[in-house]
Design a protein around this ligand. Structure first.
Ligand code: SAM
Length: 334
């Protein structure tokens, strides 16, 4: 190869790798700050590296570097040698705020099982983190939805958009079964201003307690009843509901569990009753909900494709199975 041809060679730029490299530095900084509860301490007046290190008996060099790095991440701000909280840190990183995210994120960030992900892929042994469908994960969901509870309006907007996409309108005597409901604003959106709508919520007791507080806040509590406990053990009843909603749960279940759940839901719906299913899907990869996360936090869950859901839903008896606008799937009990 002469000099000329060497010059012509067009090396690609490692942009994606550079970005991952940059992002990779951020998480450990955030993780350490969460563990050390830096924001609460700064807010309490330990607002220079020297004061903080002395009061907490920390290494002053490490403390200084952490505080400055948090400024670079816009999770602290600095004036002179004093640090203060950014608005985002004030709302989401102080333990006395209802929107506190740290207890949830501290656990969530370990979804790769502290480096067990490659081993899990080699062996197929999983979950390697919490199991998303067990009752001891209920606190994670409560933390995850804390911002929705604090600011329901933004969540209600997306809920209204979902029902519009699915062409589902509230009406008198619309009876809804919301399975694995979480905070449930998606179905509450149908009940708001429509007193004839009735909702039955299914989730773990701890979660339902917060869902009911939320229902109260939105003025729909009287329209809501609860069915607490494991959704696999719960009795959904027969021919009782016009609409069943399965939101963000089926990707944590294996195909057999989904089939069982679909069959039970089918039984609970009336003739021409509708099932609305909203889940992360294989066709639409999402870095904010990567498929390996479902892999890590469940024994048999996956981001299933529409075709896979269609087969499972047909096996349960559903017809008119539609892939609506990329995510929600609509199916009808004939
Ligand atoms: C990701 S959240 C989905 C919440 C809501 N449906 C939505 O779409 O935003 C999953 C919910 O399922 C509930 N859940 C998971 N496994 C469950 C089980 N075995 N029995 C009852 N609830 C369960 C969790 O407590 C959590 O509230």
């Amino acid at each position: 190869m002469n000099d000329k041809s060497a010059k012509k060679q067009n090396f690609p730029k490692p942009k994606v790798i550079d970005q991952l490299n940059e992002d990779g530095y951020k998480i450990p900084i955030f993780r350490a700050a969460m563990e050390l509860e830096v924001w609460a301490k700064v807010a309490a007046g330990e607002d220079t590296a020297e004061i903080l290190a002395e009061k907490e008996n920390w290494d002053v060099h490490g403390t200084q570097a952490l505080l400055d790095d948090l400024c670079a991440l816009k999770l602290l701000k600095k004036r002179g040698n004093r640090y203060g909280l950014t608005t985002e840190a004030e709302y989401f990183l102080l333990p006395d705020k209802p929107t506190y995210q740290v207890s949830f994120l501290k656990k969530e960030f370990q979804w790769e099982g502290n480096g067990q992900l490659a081993k899990a892929i080699r062996t197929g042994k999983r979950p390697i983190h919490y199991k998303a469908t067990k009752d001891d994960a209920a606190d994670i969901w409560i933390g995850f939805y804390a911002c929705d509870w604090a600011d329901p309006q933004s969540y209600l907007e997306s809920a209204n958009a979902l029902w519009k996409t699915l062409k589902i309108r509230p009406r008198t005597r619309l009876r809804i079964l919301d399975i694995a409901c979480g905070p449930a604003p998606k179905t509450f959106a149908l009940a708001m201003g429509n007193p004839g709508v009735r909702i039955t919520l299914v989730d773990w007791g701890q979660v339902l307690k917060t869902s009911l507080e939320f229902a109260d806040k939105l003025g729909v509590k009287k329209q809501v009843t609860t069915n607490a406990g494991n959704l696999f053990a719960a009795d959904f009843g027969l021919n009782q509901f016009d609409l069943a909603f399965l939101g963000n749960i089926t990707h944590f279940l294996n195909p057999e569990e989904n089939r069982r759940l679909f069959q039970k839901t089918y039984g609970a719906l009336v003739h021409e009753g509708v099932l609305a299913l909203d889940a992360h899907r294989h066709e639409y990869p999402n870095p904010a909900g990567p498929e390996l996360w479902f892999y890590a936090v469940s024994k048999g869950g996956a981001a299933y494709s529409f075709q896979e859901y269609k087969v499972m839903l047909e096996q349960a008896g559903f017809t008119k199975i539609e892939d609506v606008a990329k995510r929600p799937i609509k199916a009808v009990k004939p």
